[in-house]
Design a protein around this ligand. Structure first.
Ligand code: PEP
Length: 256
């Protein structure tokens, strides 16, 4: 971490938790986070769409922010099953995950679509968390940087320097997601530094120094501190370990 960038820990609940289960989880998390200041760390929860309204109400004036797990690029229209940015904005959603590897793998999302989704989020005052990361076979073939470069440049195509200040990038090696296999802090740092260099080349060094880059992939309380101690790791995108209040709160507190 670097003191110029406020750490951000986001919980991706994926397709877990009904609305009532979500409320119980958020109530537990609020208790665990009493005394944690949002000026020190941003804590974000990204429940399924069906729980956003209930959770939004519960999070009013709390030190936890609300995120969504995806967002469509059109403001409305005939796109069955999709959710538009103005719908999220009305629920006080502040962040939206875009391009998660599960969306890319199972729902055919492309860099171009990720780019459009991220732009729509920004246009509605929602900060996109743009996910990038290589698959195991790509890492083994020495293609990690090429894959990540493609996803970062494609996902951020046409972004202005100003817009970049509201963008969060999540580096999530696909082989580490939900597998219990975390990248070592050194492996993660290497790719984070590469992404930051890429941002400097695409925008400038001021932008690169300001953009927050999260690590994701089997982060838990036990490994969070070491990962966060790396110079270019500014937080975490957490799946499984965000479904339990104490474990998630401990990851948030590991940034303090
Ligand atoms: C994720 O879903 O983004 C993720 C990193 O999952 P997990 O923490 O379970 O590996």
């Amino acid at each position: 971490m670097n003191s110029n960038r406020k750490p951000i820990i986001a919980g991706n609940w994926k397709m877990y938790k009904t609305a009532s289960e979500a409320l119980a989880l958020v109530n537990g998390l609020k208790s665990e986070l009493v005394g944690v200041r949002d000026s020190d760390v941003e804590a974000v929860v990204c429940p399924p769409f069906t729980a956003l309204y209930a959770v939004s109400t519960l999070l009013q004036e709390s030190n936890i922010q609300l995120g969504a797990q995806n967002v469509h690029w059109e403001k409305e229209g005939a796109f069955t099953g999709e959710i538009a940015a103005p719908m999220l904005k009305e629920l006080a959603v502040r962040y939206a995950i875009v391009g998660h590897s599960e969306r890319r793998q199972f729902f055919g999302e492309t860099n171009e679509g990720v780019n459009k989704r991220a732009k729509a989020a920004l246009a509605n005052g929602i900060r996109p968390i743009i996910c990038v990361g290589e698959m195991l076979a790509q890492r083994e073939a020495g293609q990690t940087e090429a894959v990540v470069r493609d996803q970062v440049t494609g996902g951020l195509a046409g972004f202005t320097k100003d817009a970049m200040l509201d963008v969060v990038i999540a580096y999530e090696p696909v082989w580490a997601i939900g597998t219990g296999k975390t990248a070592t802090p050194a492996q993660a740092q290497e790719v984070h530094a590469f992404i930051r260099e890429l941002l400097a080349a695409m925008f400038d060094s001021v932008v690169a120094a300001k953009v927050r880059i999260q690590y994701g992939g089997s982060v838990k309380a036990a490994n969070a501190k070491e990962l966060m101690s790396q110079a270019d790791i500014d937080g975490a995108l957490v799946g499984g370990a965000s479904l339990e209040p104490k474990g998630f709160a401990d990851i948030i507190k590991a940034t303090l």
